[in-house]
Ligand binder design. Structure first.
Ligand SMILES: *Cc1c(COP(=O)(O)O)cnc(C)c1O
Length: 368
């Protein structure tokens, strides 16, 4: 992590109190159903080692990551009764490492079941696991035929303690999409054939589909981090991220002056240009320049020309001269200009904006 706030080019502030509020608000919506925390990809770029303990303090006991390495980083920070589940399951050869760590693999194939069960019998102890069935997304999980094979050959599961049966929704962010009800029916049918265990189905958007989708344990990620996974306005979650970048230099240019790579921008009149210390190497998509803007106390400052690797040029003519000086900051993401909105300018989703946030920012965590 970069050093002091004075030396940094940009400051990323992560509001852990807002993460807590978001968890509580999901819990309230779940009305008694347990709520896990998905903290994969470093808690969507926000810092899993900071986020997971905070959610554990709010009562979360189930955490989901994608890789075994992510589980290894978290387990020492969590309570003995918290479980870290590995969504990609077991890469061949990693079974012993997973068991030694005490991580819980999400078993997605007969091969993974066989390898995990084999290790359990070799170690002569039961090993915990989640069974994931593919209810219609065709990405991860036991295809229906393989789930039925497990039902027909229960010996395959000998030594495996199935703590959860889960599946994942493909279209939960479109409440009227026919795939939601279809996947739910498939999940219910497959679950009925497998060993009795609590069921987990809903991601953030799935929680907003209502009770029928909640089952026993919800698995939100995005909503915890303030993203709006519904089409509702105002957004149902509290914003978590604030990104500000420092002004490196300010200059006045006469009409007609070209700015930045390719000089695709030319000043239409006398213009003040501020160069800020953030660019595509910090996760700010080069393709989003046309609609890009930063904000200074509410004033919109449009990007002038292309996004560079380490900097962006802004047209700050709208501000009175002398208001924005080198070392001062402008806002790129805040409560009124959210990651979801930035994503629209980039032609992507808020998830990608958060997980792309760069490694060079000075990070501040608030928790009050
Ligand atoms: C990423 C992921 C989640 C969390 O999804 P959000 O949309 O961020 O809430 C839940 N379950 C699985 C299997 C995932 O891969």
């Amino acid at each position: 992590m970069p050093g002091s706030i004075d030396a940094a080019g940009a400051i990323l502030t992560i509001d852990l109190a807002a993460v807590r509020r978001n968890y509580r608000s999901l819990l309230a919506r779940l009305g008694g159903v347990a709520c896990a925390a998905v903290v994969k990809a470093d808690a969507y770029g926000l810092g899993a080692t900071r986020v997971a303990p905070v959610l554990e303090a709010e009562g979360a006991r189930a955490f989901f990551v994608v890789h075994l390495d992510e589980a290894a980083a978290l387990l020492p920070l969590l309570r003995a009764d918290s479980r870290v589940h590995v969504l990609n399951g077991l890469p061949p050869g990693a079974e012993a490492e997973c068991a030694a760590l005490g991580a819980v693999p999400v078993l997605n194939s007969i091969e993974q079941v066989t390898a995990w069960g084999g290790l359990a019998r070799k170690l002569d102890r039961a090993l915990p696991a989640v069974l994931q069935v593919d209810s219609g997304m065709s990405r991860l999980g036991l295809p229906p035929a393989d789930a039925l094979r497990l039902a027909a050959e229960p010996a395959l599961l000998a030594g495996i303690e199935v703590g959860l049966v889960m599946s994942h929704l493909a279209c939960a962010d479109e409440p009227l999409h026919a795939a939601n009800a279809m996947q739910r029916r498939n999940f219910l049918a497959l679950r009925a054939k497998l060993p009795a265990a609590p069921a987990s189905f809903a991601n953030s958007a799935g929680i907003f589909l209502g009770r029928d989708y909640h089952f026993d344990l919800a698995r939100p990620g995005a909503a915890l981090y303030g993203l709006n996974t519904t089409s509702r306005q105002p957004a149902p979650m509290s914003p978590v991220v604030h990104l500000a970048a420092k002004v490196v230099q300010v200059r006045e240019v006469p009409a007609g002056t070209g700015v930045g790579y390719g000089q695709i921008y030319h000043a239409s009149g006398p213009t003040r240009i501020a160069t800020i210390a953030l660019g595509y190497a910090d996760g700010w998509h080069r393709g989003g320049a046309a609609e890009g803007a930063a904000f200074y106390r509410g004033t919109r400052l449009p990007f002038a020309g292309r996004v560079s690797m380490d900097s962006i040029t802004l047209d700050v003519t709208a501000l009175p001269p002398g208001t924005l000086l080198a070392g001062e900051t402008v806002d790129l993401i805040d409560g009124s200009h959210t990651a979801d909105e930035v994503a629209r300018a980039f032609g992507t989703i808020g998830y990608e904006v958060l997980t792309s946030l760069g490694r060079r920012f000075h990070r501040r965590y608030l928790d009050q």
